[in-house]
Design a protein. Structure first.
Length: 313
């Protein structure tokens, strides 16, 4: 997969470019439906599938004081696009200056002149140009005038719920990873380097991998049944997302993602671990003592083994 950091970097002509435009945070099933249509069409015409996306997310660039936690980091998004089979990604640097581009200029200068779009695929809620003033009707008119095909995807509903990044964020913040995963079509995951913690897990017989995560969305604090992926191998695991209240009375302690991998004794400090969230078990609890904590962890481990018993690793 080729990656260009902005349309200005695109200095070559692609065969029959089939293009889609969007933030694509989370790459949920609705997103995949659009992107897979782009890939299928491009392959049928021996063309090029192109995803035109933005970094940072426009909301973060225009309203930095407002919180918007991303479902995936930008690097994770690129990895997922590569897995799907996209040929080219144009990752457009987004700034206040870029946000002032008019819909007409965005279409003519970028989509037509620079990217030579043969066909464009977008979502039902697509808007473009300054203040998202470019509507779907406007885009239809532009495409018709230039002889560019336009395909607008209908909303995708799963169990009666529209598949959207905002709904997934809401589910994750509520700790409902099961509902979020249905819309994602996969498990929500954290991926990061394993760093040294305080070693308490090892001392009480449940060593944990402390995963340093980027500034992406945090699920509701609590204990989760998880699958941990390490160097291509997958291990059943139990994960605590929280502040270790039994040991830390300070509520300002940063939230940590700590995973206990079952039947695993390797030293993985400094290595990358991916933790896939499968199901929420319970809230994080402050226990009166370490003995009660250990007793609960044993109960959690057994509960997770039962939840994941039909998953082969």
């Amino acid at each position: 997969m080729q990656i260009f950091h902005g349309y200005e970097e695109v200095n070559q002509a692609f065969p029959c470019p089939i293009l889609t435009i969007g933030n694509y945070d989370g790459l949920h099933l609705g997103h995949r439906q659009i992107i897979e249509s782009v890939i299928k069409r491009a392959r049928a015409q021996k063309g090029t599938s192109v995803v035109y996306t933005f970094r940072p997310h426009p909301h973060l660039a225009l309203t930095p004081d407002e919180e918007l936690q991303l479902i995936n980091t930008y690097d994770e998004k690129l990895d997922l696009l590569a897995e799907i089979g996209v040929d080219v990604v144009v990752e457009q640097p987004f700034s206040r200056k870029f946000s002032t581009i008019t819909p007409e200029k965005f279409f003519s200068d970028i989509l037509v002149k620079r990217l030579s779009a043969h066909a464009i695929y977008v979502g039902y809620d697509f808007g473009f140009g300054k203040n998202r003033s470019g509507t779907l009707d406007m885009l239809r008119g532009f495409c018709q005038a230039e002889g560019v095909e336009l395909h607008v995807a209908k909303p995708l509903k799963i169990d009666g719920e529209i598949c959207s990044s905002s709904r997934i964020r809401a589910h994750l913040k509520a700790g409902d990873v099961t509902s979020a995963n249905k819309l994602l079509g996969r498990e929500f995951f954290y991926r990061g380097v394993v760093v040294r913690g305080n070693g308490r897990g090892h001392k009480i017989g449940f060593a944990t991998a402390n995963v340093k995560t980027d500034s992406k969305l945090r699920v509701k604090e609590g204990v989760y049944a998880t699958l941990a992926k390490f160097k291509g191998e997958v291990f059943k695991s139990v994960t605590n997302v929280g502040r270790q209240p039994t040991f830390n009375k300070d509520s300002e302690v940063p939230v940590a993602v700590e995973t206990h991998l079952f039947d695993f004794e390797r030293d993985i400090y400094g290595e990358v671990l991916e933790v896939r969230m499968v199901e929420r078990l319970r809230d994080e609890i402050r226990f009166d003592g370490v003995e009660n904590l250990v007793k609960q962890i044993r109960t959690d481990v057994e509960a997770v083994r039962k939840i994941l018993e039909n998953i082969k690793c």
